[in-house]
Design a protein around this ligand. Structure first.
Ligand code: ADP
Length: 246
């Protein structure tokens, strides 16, 4: 089995002319599901783009199994699947055609590509709809095609950026289950600003705010930190305005 160690040392990222979108961020990651949480603008997408080798850190270092990915991005790319936030599909193609096209882009062709496409369609539960045009797919089905394309190279690291935006509750649940099934020996990094996306599935949480890491640990450790700082209070509808005002 391939090793799976992604290490970030004081990673920073600045857009040209802008302020730091990510600052001094250190994390050591291994197999499991990391829920990356934070409000909009926290720097999650920027960090994901750095980890997906699409942006080079302005400072610090990211290593994959000990290899610096800025100097040697291919070391990680061969083991990487990425579902970006703005994933688009060709609506005139069927799921099977679209995946065959992307497999070709990734250097897979012929019988091996067909077998792999079938396998990925199977993993995401789209075999029966595989020959329908993507234009007729629901949002949840399109996101599953997005996961299928990210799985074409059987990645050890799977990065998914805000994958549940726009999905209805049932699709959202189905999608979470899919990510849990995929974890196993993989590292799955799931960014979201919706806590319920990660509370049931994440083995670890990383919380970002204003480009900085504010917490890294298990969901239980986070809850333990909140103990004594969060209250629940039941009030009647008549009392609510009064309570809010205070
Ligand atoms: P998140 O994914 O948590 O919503 P982002 O990584 O998208 O956060 O954004 C982090 C910060 O970087 C924000 O202040 C945002 O305005 C800024 N930012 C994002 N993309 C760009 C860009 N292309 N150019 C300049 N600033 C950007």
């Amino acid at each position: 089995m391939s090793t799976c160690a992604l290490s970030l040392e004081s990673v920073g990222y600045k857009y040209s002319g802008g302020h730091a979108a990510v600052s001094d961020l250190s994390l050591n990651l291994g197999p499991g599901i990391l829920g990356l949480l934070g409000p909009n603008g926290a720097g999650k997408s920027t960090l994901m783009r750095v980890l997906a080798t699409l942006a080079k850190p302005s400072s610090g270092k990211v290593s994959w199994n000990g290899v610096d990915i800025a100097a040697n991005p291919d070391a990680l790319r061969v083991s990487l699947g990425y579902l970006p936030q703005d994933f688009g599909v060709y609506t005139a193609l069927t799921a099977r055609e679209f995946l065959a096209f992307l497999a070709a882009v990734k250097g897979l062709s012929g019988r091996a590509a067909q077998v792999r496409v079938d396998h990925c369609l199977n993993i995401v539960g789209l075999n029966e709809a595989a020959d329908q045009r993507l234009g007729g797919y629901s949002g949840g089905m399109r996101q599953r095609v997005g996961i299928a394309q990210a799985l074409l190279n059987d990645p050890t690291v799977l990065i998914v950026d805000e994958p549940t935006v726009g999905l209805d509750p049932e699709e959202r649940m189905r999608f979470r289950h899919l990510l849990t099934d995929l974890a196993g020996h993989r590292l799955v990094i799931l960014s979201t600003h919706i806590v319920s996306d990660v509370e049931a599935s994440a083995t670890e949480l990383a919380i970002m705010a204003r480009g900085r890491l504010r917490f890294h640990g298990t969901p239980e450790a986070l809850l333990a930190q909140a103990d004594g700082h969060v209250w629940e209070w039941t009030v009647s509808a008549e009392q609510l305005a009064d309570v809010r005002a205070k």
